[in-house]
Design a protein around this ligand. Structure first.
Ligand code: GUN
Length: 283
């Protein structure tokens, strides 16, 4: 193996320990950081994710409540519940698990969350804050990717970063965060012509498409940093990313594994955002 591994599990553990320390300090001031998680419907993956988020929180010393509602909950009832949580000073973070049932307008639901409690960083106010460099909440997955780059002491100034994927949750905010650190950023997507010509120029590649083998060894400049956001299953049903790990690790300088890379970092950054929301509220 040529590339060095960026261990998301180890870094997430370190971050959780820091969050636990700051949480204790805040509790000593009489403030208990608290996250409200809302799950509508019975999607099995969402049930697992929300349970993880709640358990991560409580294990780190934060309070978490998981509210589950039937799939036929009227949208107005969900909006009412969000408004009540917005008004509740004991709740610092609100997370509505996506996807929502089809009869709900996800944008409308997300925009109902008070920006000061938008620990997912999905609200337009959070997106606008990131765009303009103001204080807000960064979406947890690209935020976690930035922490991974920071952990290896990587200086992004003047480097060429190529982001593959343009979702609102990962690709677009990822590009803005890299830009904020003075990288030259290219965003690639399904309509990009000659992806390989662009990735071969990249010092940093973030793959966030949701498709196996989007990035193969022949597409990577020797020594490049490769961050794999993908979460897919291979033919044997094993978890794998967007990157052909076996091939790319022979060329890259640094690489994140799947599992054990970006995934645990996403979960850790939710704790960071929730604590941050509580600290801001406490003044
Ligand atoms: N569904 C899949 N990932 C996420 C996430 O990070 N936040 C929310 N709210 N829903 C999701």
């Amino acid at each position: 193996m040529h590339a060095q591994l960026i261990d998301g599990n180890a870094l997430a553990q370190k971050i959780r320990a820091e969050v636990a320390g700051r949480t204790q300090a805040l509790k000593a001031r009489g403030v208990e950081p608290s996250l409200a998680i809302i799950l509508v419907g019975e999607d099995p993956a969402s049930q697992v994710y929300t349970r993880h988020k709640a358990n991560d929180s409580t294990q780190t010393g934060l309070k978490a409540t998981l509210e589950t509602y039937p799939a036929d909950l009227p949208e107005a009832a969900l909006l009412d519940r969000i408004r009540a949580l917005n008004e509740d000073p004991a709740v610092h973070g609100i997370l509505v698990q996506l996807p929502l049932p089809k009869h709900m307008d996800a944008s409308k639901v997300i925009e109902a969350i008070a920006p000061a409690k938008d620990v997912d960083g999905f609200h337009v106010a959070s997106a606008g804050a990131l765009l303009t460099g103001q204080r807000g909440f960064w979406p947890c997955t690209p935020y976690g990717c930035m922490k991974m780059l920071e952990s290896i002491g990587y200086d992004l100034r003047g480097k060429h970063a190529v982001v593959i994927g343009r979702s609102n949750i990962v690709g677009k905010p990822m590009a803005l965060m890299l830009l904020q650190k003075d990288a030259t950023v290219t965003i690639c997507h399904s309509r990009t012509r000659d992806l390989k010509a662009l990735t071969l120029q990249a010092d940093v590649i973030v793959a966030a498409v949701g498709k196996r083998n989007v990035l193969t060894a022949d597409m990577v400049k020797p020594g490049a940093v490769v961050i794999d956001v993908g979460m897919n299953r291979n033919d044997e049903g094993k978890l794998c990313g967007d990157v052909d790990f076996a091939g790319v690790k022979e060329v890259a300088g640094w690489i994140t594994p799947v599992p054990g890379g970006v995934g645990p970092m996403t979960r850790a950054m939710l704790l960071v955002n929730t604590l941050e929301a509580a600290e801001r509220a406490a003044g």
